[in-house]
Design a protein around this ligand. Sequence first.
Ligand SMILES: Nc1ncnc2c1ncn2[C@@H]1O[C@H](COP(=O)(O)OP(=O)(O)OP(=O)(O)O)[C@@H](O)[C@H]1O
Ligand SMILES: [Mg+2]
Length: 253
Amino acid sequence: MGMRHIVRVVDLVKHYFLEAATVRALDGVSLAVQPGDFVALMGPSGSGKSTLLNLLGCLDRPTRGHYYLDDEDVSEMDDDQLSEIRSRYLGFIFQSYNLLPQYTVVENIGVPLMYQDRRIDEASRQRCMRLADLVGLGNRVDHRPMQLSGGQQQRVAIARALVNDPHVILADEPTGNLDSHTSEEIMTMLTKLNEAGKTIIMVTHENDIAAWAKRVVRLRDGHVESDQRNDAPKIGQAPNPGFMATLNALMAG
Ligand SMILES: Nc1ncnc2c1ncn2[C@@H]1O[C@H](COP(=O)(O)OP(=O)(O)OP(=O)(O)O)[C@@H](O)[C@H]1O
Ligand SMILES: [Mg+2]
């Protein structure tokens, strides 16, 4: 029996065709990720990290190659199919949080549910409230992003990434705008999500942040340069005693 992979890309190519030149952002990347893994994607600026993460997130299509998400080939899907896949499988966390400024905390957490054409019914609203509570923002549910610190905004983004109970969480420099203490809080939370079974793929420039991951993949010039397991990934203390139980209950389906 073969090993099961939740994410598998084969000879993935992404070229940008500009008037003056062709940019080979990804030039044949193959990578397989098992369920429950925690991968840090590293590499110099321009090596293709964000391009790869965007393809993994079904936010863009490859020029060539295949992408299997839970054994389903998503490389040839149209926009509607991709957005369905995004809401069924994926949660996103960005460096700049990407919250909607006019929405409250609890409304921002519910945004992925609105893209599914689902009305925010009472059960969904309760779920968003519990997620706000989980990330320690139970007393901030009616605040708007501007009224929150960077770390609090990123915690809203984490709650939003969880609202659909995704299989895979994709994070592009999730601590890039945060100080080291707040980064530690956010990384602790990500490791707890991983402990609860979420597969995480995270782009980072910083060795200190990659040290929390179980595996480090380095890109260079659109290729995988190295791929190493981390034998002793950093782990943090749960933010509060009931955290894992609440998380598991919220993620049970
Ligand atoms: N939309 C685009 N059109 C043309 N070229 C692009 C586009 N997006 C990215 N590129 C180019 O593709 C290459 C890879 O870019 P990418 O954003 O993936 O790098 P990165 O590894 O995320 O870098 P950084 O660490 O600076 O964020 C770069 O040379 C970049 O200029
Ligand atoms: Mg980038």
